[in-house]
Ligand binder design. Structure first.
Ligand code: 3PG
Length: 211
């Protein structure tokens, strides 16, 4: 299910919610530009409230909860209506909680051992984080050898000018990033610029690719 969702999304904007009404407006703009999903991170005091509001007011978007680090946070985002949870890494406690939880987890990985630990959990989709700092496309190509079944959502350092080369890799199912929701554009309420960046990302993301 998560694999289909990520494949359908292709690009996952990573948003740290500020004011709730602004986050809702931002998500409306992304949805209008054709985006299918957003990741709202638990990095601000408004995050859970913003998640509830976006789930209720922008139902055409699949809302992922990001920066879910603990079992308690997994419970919280599940209650807030998140469709799936994203973590920058993974711990035994988080895996354990996710096995009995109601929503899928996209765990972060940075090494072959971490991919193996995730595969042992029966998962096949991973967030590669922080993607460019870890080696970016070179690392993804190297991981394709031993882990042909694994699919990745690289995040961290992806921008308008490099994400398309990530998306072209056969083991990249979706790309995450904040380039189309940059803080200065949000602060300025520049919805036109945000909408244009999002529409361009979706245009590139929906071009036919092998998967
Ligand atoms: C994340 O947590 O996924 C990253 O903060 C997003 O990285 P970016 O800001 O470099 O796109």
């Amino acid at each position: 299910m998560l694999r289909e969702w990520l494949l359908e999304s292709r690009v996952l904007p990573v948003i740290t919610p500020g004011e709730v009404a602004v986050t809702v407006q931002l998500c409306r703009t992304l949805a209008a530009a054709g985006m299918k999903a957003v990741e709202l991170t638990l990095r601000s005091p408004t995050a859970l409230e913003a998640m509830r509001a976006v789930v209720a007011e922008v139902p055409q978007l699949r809302v992922a909860a990001g920066t879910v680090l603990t079992p308690a946070q997994l419970d919280q985002v599940q209650d807030a209506g998140a469709a799936f949870a994203v973590s920058p890494g993974a711990t035994p406690a988080l895996y354990q909680a996710s096995r009995t939880g109601a929503i899928p987890l996209l765990p972060g990985v940075a090494t072959a051992s971490e991919v193996m630990a995730g595969l042992e959990q029966g998962l096949d989709c991973f967030k590669l984080f922080p993607a460019t700092a870890l080696g970016g496309q070179g690392l993804l190509k190297a991981l394709a050898g031993p882990f042909p079944e694994a699919r990745f959502c690289p995040t961290g350092g992806l921008r308008a000018d490099n994400f398309r080369t990530f998306l072209a890799l056969p083991n990249v199912i979706c790309c995450g990033g904040s380039w189309m929701v940059a803080a200065d554009l949000v602060a300025a309420g520049d919805w036109d610029a945000i909408g244009a960046l999002a529409a361009e990302a979706m245009r590139i993301g929906s071009a036919p690719q092998q998967r």
